[in-house]
Design a protein around this ligand. Sequence first.
Ligand SMILES: [Zn+2]
Length: 396
Amino acid sequence: MSIFRSVSLSPPKESELEIVVFGPGYGESVLLHIPGVGWGVIDSCIVKDGQKKVVPALEYLAELYGDNPPELAFIILTHPHEDHYAGMDKMITEHPGGVRLICRYNGLGLPELCKLLVAENMSNRIESSPGLLRVFRAMDEAANKDNVAERYLAEMTEVISSSEIQLPGFTDVTVRMVALCPSSRSMTDWFAQITSLFPARGEIQKSISPRLHNQISAALYLQFGQVHVVFGGDVEIGNDSRTGWQGVMNAPGRPDLEANYVKVAHHGSVTGFYPPAWQEHAKNSKPIGVITPWSLASNSLPTGEDLKRLATWCDPLYITRRSKANNVGPSQSRGKAKKRISWDVRSWHDAPEPELPLNFLRVRFLPNGEVTEITSPSPTLRISRGMTAATPNNSG
Ligand SMILES: [Zn+2]
């Protein structure tokens, strides 16, 4: 039985862009069907199916296509955090359809750097967990043995580009996906900080703050006909006008970031929220917003305040899972503060978590911008003013 149990899945139509976001509570993965290009994935996560650990994007494709799934036109790793890379090695080595192009954040140039990251992130878990090292190994092997194309992602790196695609009912559709960041300045800063952490002879390993790596997270921009999508990765505001979202907005030659759909950056946190970027996303109409939560130990993102803020910029706003910790954020105390925010998070906070194997949010677009479908197995995931319980279309 599949991890999607209750939901019957069907493939998109030839003309439909499909965006499926998995965010099981810790982990984020986006599966895309892009007409004229094929299927692709941005980031990876794993979930438990009984005793087995499985990769949601692969399970989803297996559900649609059985033993004969299509090739993945691209796999993208935005940055070196476990909640974005877990299972990517499986995706590369075990997907029966194979992979055409592997893109990764631009940050693995130095073997020493790799060792440092591995020492920090992996220590004793190398052989037992789907760690970064396994992902790197799988990427290298795919490139060496199977001639899979590779590309580092930096600002304005093109991932895919096709014009004049002919689709049923639509002619000359343009498809283009580019990375919006990291900027050259973000890379330079990051390298400087990382290298300053190398231990001198006889010293022990200095510790790296995991958040350091968000500086080099890629964000992506996809144009599909009149549909514009921003995949925010874990990009944060940045340290100055040339880094993070500030750097994106100041980059010469960048695309207009008006958007029909935004995968909200950095799990909805305030550090990933840069108002000028959102002003542009929502310039003509509010985009569909999708948040994957981040929940580990007692910490969780987004907070209730985060949801409240994002609900004013998105219509509708979705979260792929209610917080595991069953709270509205780490710093909300009882009483007033909690009451104040409850209006927009109740459907997230109070609704019982359904016994779902795996939740996801699927949105389909036609090239003219029309939304043909929004599907989620759970009705509790929509966050909006007035506490309207969402009833996403559950069929198909
Ligand atoms: Zn993350």
